[in-house]
Design a protein around this ligand. Sequence first.
Ligand SMILES: Nc1nc2c(ncn2[C@@H]2O[C@H](COP(=O)(O)OP(=O)(O)OP(=O)(O)O)[C@@H](O)[C@H]2O)c(=O)[nH]1
Ligand SMILES: [Mg+2]
Length: 172
Amino acid sequence: MMVGVEGSGKTTLLYQLFLGKEVSTIPTYGFNCQTITIPITNNTQGDKINSTIKFNLWDLGGSRTDQWQYYAQGTVGVVYVVDCSDESEIENARDCLWRLFEDTLNTLKDAVLLVYANKQDRLNALSVTEVKERLELEARGEGRRWHIQGCSATTGDGILEGMTWMATQVKG
Ligand SMILES: Nc1nc2c(ncn2[C@@H]2O[C@H](COP(=O)(O)OP(=O)(O)OP(=O)(O)O)[C@@H](O)[C@H]2O)c(=O)[nH]1
Ligand SMILES: [Mg+2]
């Protein structure tokens, strides 16, 4: 499942992954879902093994926080998108992230967490390190496998890197 406050860039990110290009979006009131194929390369004993993994990526509109519990069923990984160019919303983004795990305590117990520090193409964007601190990832993410990836959903920079991390986590 892909979550994040309204306008953080979830739908743009979904279609960047699915189509490999920027699309124009309108606010999502329900959800979008696409199947994404991620290539992975494992180096085992000097042999390169190339494979792929498929994710059904559910992009939930930022206003639909009431439906988290429903979509959390069967979720192996949470993709959390943050707009790094809007500093005034960063505390809200932090609260939204940790409320998600409180509201779905048992369902997302073993889910891994990928945070996309999005809109890095904007000049005023907070750095990945700063966002990591402001979200309190190190303190509150303890006991969970998590990763933060800087990206731009409009240019595509960093998007595949993030999902590749997710793929290797899920494949074990
Ligand atoms: N500059 C820049 N703009 C972005 C980026 N990602 C998204 N945007 C813009 O941010 C706006 C909101 O993007 P959406 O993808 O619709 O955001 P969302 O998270 O799906 O929003 P909701 O559906 O309302 O929850 C759009 O105008 C996007 O073009 C980015 O990486 N850089
Ligand atoms: Mg959307």
